[in-house]
Ligand binder design. Structure first.
Ligand code: ADP
Length: 408
């Protein structure tokens, strides 16, 4: 008998058994029946035309009707359904047809089911990839939203804190001046100096919060001017002389090619970067340690390195420390002194340094053999600044034009 006639013979039995298998609850069977009839029609068309692709539309429909929990699970319910239908088809053939007829039909059926399985697997993995990437983009959107509101919150609260703090700072300074003119005990001096130091530290933290939010919102403005790195480094060395002495450390500056080269950059912001990196080097290097500032000229860039003989950084945190609010080690270690050994901070310094350098078109990274407070493997920060011979905008070119001509 021809295969198509054999299919007609098993049709009603197949439909009955398939409905029972897929919808054990009799109330659901009415919904399944037409879909299974459609499936069987497709099998007939596939057998008749010798083209298993006839099943593709129904497989695609079943694949898109998968539920969210099915997409989240690793097992595919579509493959399970096809598996049930295939086993059932073989059983119906065996029970309804004679041995020869059964063999005649089973062969094309297996080809068709084989095709259906591979199509289902393809669609299934496609649906899963789409589902995961949709979930990912939703998560990204909400993370971005959260990050933006965090930045807004930081900016607003920092500005709100700055006003009363300026008042406290101003009045405390005035009080100190007034008292200095009259009788002023050393005890009162200590109290007032404490208040002033505290407010200055708070000022620094608030300014860091504002800078971090300017960077995160991509609205950091750089004021490009001619800069010489040698000048910035020597300002910084003078600024940190007392701290280095207090910690009995040595700060060595090794002159390098490019140090005296003029480039356009924002001197205030570049000093801020070097200050953040250097104060960290002082902070995370034990007493008697050494810090070396050096560098080299590269094609189109000047590289500055700040190397210390400090506690070092674990390899897994080498890039993480440039993220906001990252502090390694015990977070309880807060200190009012900026350069006290392992003193805590808000964890914004390197994030800001990275933002400033990237806004200049450069990069910053750190190398360390690992974290070890006893062996002190040290850390080396690399700062790459592009050499700009021409100012970034015409206004600045006009302003510094004559200076530039003299240098050229
Ligand atoms: P903060 O503003 O609090 O100083 P940073 O962003 O500058 O924070 O630094 C983040 C963290 O990176 C520090 O708390 C410290 O754990 C680690 N770190 C930075 N510089 C060094 C260094 N030179 N040696 C060891 N650890 C460092």
């Amino acid at each position: 008998m021809r295969e198509i006639e054999l299919l007609k013979l098993i049709r009603s039995d197949w439909l009955k058994r398939a409905t029972q298998a897929l919808a054990p609850a009799s109330s659901l069977r009415d919904n399944f029946w037409p879909e299974l009839e459609r499936f069987f029609d497709r099998i007939e068309q596939a057998v008749e035309s010798n083209n298993p692709g006839f099943l593709d539309p129904i497989i695609a429909d079943w694949s898109t009707s998968q539920t969210q929990s099915e997409l989240q699970s690793t097992a595919s319910s579509l493959t399970e359904i096809l598996n049930t239908l295939m086993i059932l088809s073989l059983e119906v053939c065996k029970d309804t047809l004679g041995e020869d007829d059964s063999f005649t039909l089973i062969h094309p059926l297996l080809v068709i089911y084989g095709h259906a399985f591979s199509r289902a697997a393809e669609l299934d993995s496609q649906a899963k990839v789409n589902f995961v990437s949709n979930q990912l983009s939703l998560t990204n959107q909400s993370l971005e939203k959260l990050n933006r509101s965090k930045s807004d919150f930081i900016a607003v609260s920092a500005h709100e804190l700055k006003t009363p703090l300026t008042l406290i700072d101003g009045y405390a300074s005035m009080l100190k001046e007034t008292l200095e003119q009259g009788a002023f005990s050393s005890y009162q001096d200590v109290l007032l100096t404490g208040i002033l130091n505290g407010t200055r530290r708070l000022h620094d933290i608030i300014n860091d919060m504002i800078d971090a939010s300017l960077i995160d919102n991509e609205i950091l403005n750089l004021s490009f001017q001619p800069v010489w790195l040698s000048q910035l480094i020597s300002i910084l060395a003078t600024e940190n002389e007392t701290a280095v002495k207090e910690r009995r450390q040595t700060l060595k500056i090794i002159p390098f090619e490019g140090m005296n080269q003029m480039t356009y950059g924002d001197p205030e912001r570049l000093i801020q970067v070097l200050r953040n990196v250097l104060t960290n080097a002082i902070k995370f290097t034990p007493d008697d340690g050494a810090i070396t500032i050096s560098g080299r000229k590269l094609p189109g860039f000047i590289e500055i390195t700040v190397a210390d003989t400090g506690i070092g950084i674990d390899s897994e945190y080498l890039s993480l420390i440039f993220e906001k609010f990252i502090r390694l080690g015990a977070s309880a270690l807060h200190s009012s002194g900026k350069t006290k050994y392992k003193g805590g901070g808000p964890g914004l310094g390197l994030h800001i340094a990275k933002g400033i350098i990237e806004n200049h078109g450069g990069t910053i990274w750190v190398e360390s053999l690992g974290y070890d407070e006893l062996a002190c493997p040290g850390s080396t920060f690399h700062i790459l600044i592009p050499i700009r011979i021409d100012p970034p905008d015409a206004r600045i070119a006009k302003l510094f034009g004559s200076l530039l001509n003299n240098i050229k």
